[in-house]
Design a protein around this ligand. Structure first.
Ligand SMILES: [Zn+2]
Length: 174
């Protein structure tokens, strides 16, 4: 629908599932847009769990209905790290741990940063680092620490750069 031609994280997840040692994969999508392409691609595929936090209402104006394999975390415009962290703590992380994935992927979009011009969340670098740490903690327990992160949106280059650095720093330190 305009933001990509090839869904990198879906290709990566499908490739992981092609390995006999990988039975289930989870995709943690914190881009400010609902991961509608990823949801559609894996619809009905019990091997894939997508957890997507996103501003709602916002383009592509869908994705609020949870179903098997999909946990939406809609956030109102103006939400800050407090609401973001609480929602992931209450909804996203327990569902992720309960799914027991063999591999975890991030759809790492930084367009929810407060400096980003595209939409209206007020996240900062520390919020991305926090979620990265919490997800890696689950992955250490369920997935032998197998985590791959794919860059998604982010339209303020300085904020995206700082946020990506904070995210990668946590990934590197385990
Ligand atoms: Zn986005």
């Amino acid at each position: 629908m305009g933001f990509c031609l090839l869904n990198n994280v879906a290709i990566a997840a499908a490739q992981a599932l092609a390995q006999t040692s990988i039975g289930k994969v989870a995709i943690v999508d914190f881009d400010i847009h609902h991961g509608n392409g990823t949801e559609q691609i894996f619809l009905g595929d019990k091997r894939v769990l997508l957890i997507s936090s996103f501003q709602h209402p916002l383009y592509p104006h869908c994705g609020t209905d949870p179903h098997a394999g999909f946990m939406p975390i809609p956030l109102g415009s103006g939400s800050s790290g407090k609401e973001f962290r609480a929602a992931w703590q209450d909804k996203g992380l327990p569902v992720l741990a309960g799914f027991c994935p063999d591999f975890v992927f991030f759809s790492a979009g930084f367009d929810g940063h407060r400096d980003d011009p595209l939409a209206g969340l007020n996240l900062v670098e520390d919020d991305y680092a926090w979620l990265t740490r919490e997800v890696c903690r689950v992955a250490d327990q369920t997935s032998q620490g197998r985590v791959v992160s794919m860059l998604e949106g982010g339209y303020d280059l300085a904020a995206s750069g700082r946020s990506a650095a904070a995210h990668i720093k946590v990934l590197m330190n385990g």
